[in-house]
Design a protein around this ligand. Sequence first.
Ligand code: SAM
Length: 303
Amino acid sequence: MQQNAINELGQFIPLHYHYQMLSDKERMNAFQTAINQVVKPGDTVVELGSGTGVLSFFAARLGAEVWSVEYNPALMESSRQFIRNNGYADKVRLVLADAATWLPPEPADVVVCEMLHSALLREKQVQVITAFRNAHQKRFGTVPAMIPTATLLGVQPVLQSYDFNGFHAPVSLFQSPYAEAKDCIPLLEPAVYRMVDYDRCALEIYHADIAFPFSRTTTVNALRFITKNLLSIDYSKGTTVDWHNQHLVMPLPQTARMKAGQTLQISFSYRPGDPLDSLADSLQMIAPMDTVPQPRMREFALA
Ligand SMILES: C[S@@+](CC[C@H](N)C(=O)[O-])C[C@H]1O[C@@H](n2cnc3c(N)ncnc32)[C@H](O)[C@@H]1O
């Protein structure tokens, strides 16, 4: 990957931001549970985009031999120290490389990749997994087990407060899926617009054209994008280990007053890994009446 592309927002994640990821209990517990479920002693595990190396550590602790691939040299140095200090330097081989083009010298049993971002925007999960999986299959004839297994993408109309101490600013924002958002009212159940299966995904445009029928009178001014990752699936028990990225709430071009029986038609398209603006710029709505233009703010809310 070109250096300027690596420095783009979402591709370069400095060490202090990794603290947020390390202290995100839902994320850490879900990945640890999925790794415990899938990785067996003696497995060869490849982690794509290993950051501090925490997920490689989880796999090594189970007795796996781990290849840990990271393209940020500063992170690689920190990760080397962390892995050594945690006692797994002999189990985790750190590789400074672009995970989209690197292959291990031996077939992998399991791949772990957490380049996940809301709506699969910004980070290159789909590009990296697709490239790695296809190259791995070509060289070794097998597709490793993937953590995550799949991602479900959904969207729902909401009424979001954009009042900031009396200052009205409809901006894209991120919301915890694990806490009640008091300033956001979901109006209808989410519609799933894409299921990404990491065993067979390709880099495609995600296009959605969805009709939301309203059964009561209400006001809608935003869409909430939901990103549910199925980290692992236990088919014998019929259970999954799930982890949600932050919800992305994006203002609609207009605020619409919907009456019972009326339908809000929305459409958008983007490629996974695109910046948030690419989704925002493609967003269109057809509402029956009573729409009030809402100024569109460029992306500045970082998550
Ligand atoms: C969201 S962080 C996750 C880090 C770590 N796996 C964890 O769970 O704490 C994604 C990591 O992938 C790295 N990354 C992104 N694109 C990459 C690529 N093409 N090759 C190697 N590493 C990459 C980033 O530098 C970052 O450290």
